[in-house]
Ligand binder design. Structure first.
Ligand code: ZN
Length: 88
């Protein structure tokens, strides 16, 4: 059993669940993971705690995570917008 963190280990912000999907930028599949709600750069995925603490994270990874956050935000806004429109 793995222990899913409930808060960011870097800044103690709440943890945001990012479901698995296909990257819009690269078209590649990615597994579900957790990221910091404050976007400090911290992420966590299952199995991570078995690796050394100083797991290298490439700039590319960071950019992808940031983009995913942006897409999620946009989808949230779109969902709200559509809901409002459909209820008219
Ligand atoms: Zn954080």
């Amino acid at each position: 059993m793995t222990q899913i963190p409930i808060q960011c280990e870097q800044c103690s912000a709440p943890v945001k669940f990012i479901p698995a999907g296909i990257s819009r930028n690269t078209g590649k599949h990615y597994n579900e993971f957790y990221s910091c709600a404050k976007r400090c750069g911290w992420t966590w995925r299952e199995g991570k705690e078995t690796k050394p603490v100083a797991e290298p994270q490439t700039t590319k990874d960071m950019i992808i995570i940031e983009k995913l956050d942006e897409i999620n935000d946009r989808l949230d806004k779109l969902a709200i917008y559509l809901k409002e429109k459909l209820e008219l």
